[in-house]
Design a protein around this ligand. Structure first.
Ligand code: NAI
Length: 327
């Protein structure tokens, strides 16, 4: 079968190219993002491989059907950007790569927390300029503080292990509590009001959209750290900015994802005037660090994503069980 990959970068080729021969698949790499304007480029392929900011709405999926696409391969864990009803209606299976490296994302989440808490981003800039003054860089111990983990799936569990390793107390919230986990489940309001560090690890759904809004923020203790490595719209950015404007209110914010990241992330905008006022405002706070959706980006994760995606393609081609199908 022929697979067309949208939104590709040179680092995608490194992992996919060597596998194509091994799996007997032809792989075509395209740089454009998949959306209504670019979907025609899938013509001539049997499988479409997409990433986190591609747009697979009903119109795109209808066109994929017309182009006789046999399957959608998401080379990521999340699938909030796919209209699953449309895919089901048109009979196109949607495959994903769950749990390719939960540690990659959880380790990054803790990295963001350490960075904003201890101002490592500021310290780096200062010492590069031989400014060895540490005024204003004081953080807080994480040991004996409370971490609140929202979503206790693969990444949430890895984050719980890491927080415990730091000597933190951990509480969690999940719509489906995991009885096998050694963690105290609490309701959301309790988690918001009792956590020194709040880390989001749930998917983006109708229920989790703006899970951190004005109400949630109003419950959080002074000096709270908020980390989002899941999906941007879990946080209402406008509400977060209002709280960040109050001196001392928020300890730090680490964002690997952003509400409006779709047309911004993964591209170089350094020579442009930033038109997204909210992103510009967020970046202006000394205790906010923003990264460009790179939590997953380790060698181990990239390799696992490529292998699992090819396995998913193989399963569609050979009619074997679609174990990673999104249902
Ligand atoms: P998972 O499916 O293993 O776990 C998700 C957990 O969230 C489940 O336990 C589920 O019950 C829970 N959940 C669902 N609805 C909820 C709700 N309304 N409230 C609270 N919990 C809820 O997923 P995994 O692999 O842990 O990934 C979590 C998220 O991380 C993904 O959905 C994706 O958005 C994000 N992600 C980000 C990456 C990055 O590079 N920054 C890379 C990979 C995933």
């Amino acid at each position: 079968m022929k697979i067309v990959l949208f939104s590709t970068k040179p680092y995608d080729k490194i992992w996919f190219e060597p596998l194509s021969g091994q799996y007997g698949m032809e792989v075509k790499f395209l740089e454009p993002k998949l959306d209504e304007d670019t979907v025609f480029m899938a013509k001539g392929s049997e499988l479409v491989c997409a990433f986190v900011n591609d747009i697979l709405n009903d119109k795109v999926i209808a066109e994929l059907k017309r182009l006789e696409i046999k399957g959608i391969l998401m080379r990521c864990a999340g699938y909030n950007n796919v209209d699953l009803n449309a895919a089901f209606e048109y009979g196109i299976p949607v495959m994903r790569v769950p749990g390719y490296s939960p540690e990659a994302v959880a380790e990054f989440a803790m990295g963001l927390c350490l960075t904003v808490n201890r101002y490592i981003h500021k310290a780096y800039a200062r010492t590069r300029d031989f400014n060895m003054n540490i005024n204003g860089l004081m953080g807080r111990d994480l040991c004996n503080k409370t971490a609140g983990i929202i979503g206790t799936g693969r990444i949430g569990q890895a984050m719980i292990r890491i927080c415990k390793g730091f000597g933190m107390r951990v509480m969690a919230y999940d719509v489906y509590p995991n009885k096998n986990l050694d963690v105290e489940y609490v309701d959301l309001d309790t988690l918001f009001s009792k956590s020194d560090l709040i880390s989001l690890h749930c998917p983006l759904t109708q229920e989790t959209h703006y899970i951190i809004d004005e109400h949630a923020l109003s419950l959080m203790p002074k000096g709270v750290y908020i980390i989002n490595t899941s999906r941007g719209p879990l946080i209402k950015t406008s509400a977060l900015i209002q709280e960040l404007k109050v001196p001392g209110r928020i300890g730090g914010v680490g964002l690997d994802v952003y509400e409006e990241e779709g047309d911004l992330f993964y591209e170089d905008h350094s020579n442009e005037i930033m038109e997204d006022e909210q992103l510009a405002r967020l970046a202006s706070f000394p205790n906010v660090i923003i990264t460009s959706h790179q939590g997953y980006f380790t060698r181990e994760a990239m390799q696992a994503i490529a292998i699992e995606t090819m396995e998913n393609a193989y399963a569609i081609e050979h009619g074997t069980e679609l174990v990673n199908q999104v249902k």
